[in-house]
Design a protein around this ligand. Structure first.
Ligand SMILES: Nc1ncnc2c1ncn2[C@@H]1O[C@H](COP(=O)(O)OP(=O)(O)OP(=O)(O)O)[C@@H](O)[C@H]1O
Length: 319
């Protein structure tokens, strides 16, 4: 396996509030990880931990305050400037709400033809149809049931499969999937995350899977990073992290995780709850206020990472 993407020292600081009461929050703080090819790498954590901000920076929708993202060893920002079309082909996104991915007034197939033509992937309608048929087959939808239909003629699950098929049109190496199943019927979730496994095995596609749902994460991920208030607090093989969690936050997360708020995602209106605000501003471990094992030093010092077997844990308990 080769390294596909590397995130190094990634930090994003947002300013919130009015000019009279400005506060700064570090939504992503010195985040480091790499994604191999092929691999399903999961970023998990409760709402507001910095998963989406990390995804937005990788996808180029947001600029980092500091740190770098490397794609195949090269800084992604420079590649984006130099070879935009190639980057658009190589890294694709799948979002939470498939109904907002497609305009209700346009047929879904029109998006597919548009992507193929705009990115100059095909040169004729016949070639386009062949490509579309192949990608639909990969997500289990037939060409006939797809042609000339509007988004409201599909179920949420079918539409999410179609957004994955559309992402596949460019033969990407990396798919960044942000909560792709949280708006899909619980009974269909597994079948959609299974698709990611298939894509990894059949086409060597790597996936950054962003989720609050540890059940699907456990099932699909090779490695997982658990985030809390902008920090990765634990990272390692998914099986090990989720069946034997070390960080007190990962242990808590396994018990209950609040659902993400669809209204808040990818929007710009941001209101911080008091505890959230206080946790972001903590000098020591951001989890210390809620941690049942917190020690005096946790409140004063930011813990470094400790290695426990294959797992990195940002917690003084493992010193
Ligand atoms: N444009 C923005 N301006 C100011 N603060 C922001 C902005 N976008 C996100 N934030 C804040 O940054 C923090 C991290 O948000 P982010 O969306 O990355 O978390 P998340 O884990 O993906 O949560 P969710 O699942 O709710 O999207 C949150 O406190 C959020 O309120």
């Amino acid at each position: 396996m080769r390294e596909l993407l590397e995130v190094k020292g990634l930090t994003k600081i947002y300013s919130l509030g009015s000019i009279f009461s400005r506060i700064k929050i570090t939504a992503v703080e010195d985040v480091n990880f790499e994604v191999m090819q092929p691999e399903i790498f999961t970023l998990a954590g409760e709402s507001g931990c910095g998963k989406t901000t990390t995804a937005k920076i990788i996808l180029g929708f947001e600029e980092q305050t500091s740190g770098m993202v490397f794609y195949r060893g090269k800084p992604i920002n420079e590649l984006r400037k130099k070879d935009k079309i190639q980057m658009l082909r190589e890294i694709q996104a799948v979002f939470q709400n498939p109904f907002s991915t497609f305009n209700p007034l346009r047929t879904v197939d029109s998006y597919f033809y548009e992507t193929l033509l705009n990115l100059k992937i095909v040169s004729s309608k016949k070639e386009a149809e062949k490509k579309i048929e192949e990608k639909l087959a990969a997500v289990g939808i037939s060409f006939e049931e797809f042609t000339q239909r509007y988004p409201n003629e599909f179920s949420g699950g079918q539409l999410q499969r179609l957004s994955i098929a559309r992402a596949l049109l460019t033969d990407p190496s990396l798919i960044v999937a942000d909560e792709p199943v949280s708006m899909v019927d619980a009974s269909l979730r597994m079948s959609i995350v299974n698709l990611f496994k298939d894509l990894k095995e059949k086409y060597s596609v790597s996936v950054i899977y962003i989720t609050h749902d540890l059940t699907t994460a456990y099932y699909v991920s090779d490695r997982i990073a658990i985030m809390f208030r902008g920090n990765i607090v634990e990272m390692g093989p998914a099986e090990e992290v989720l069946s034997n969690p070390k960080h007190p936050y990962t242990q808590l997360l396994r018990e209950s995780v609040p659902e993400p708020d669809p209204e808040k995602r990818w929007g710009t209106k941001v209101v911080l709850a008091d505890t959230e605000h206080e946790e972001y501003l903590r000098i020591g471990c951001k989890f210390a206020g809620r941690c049942p094992s917190a020690m005096e030093k946790c409140k004063k010092n930011n813990p470094p990472y400790f290695k426990v077997n294959d797992v990195l844990v940002k917690c003084f308990l493992y010193k």
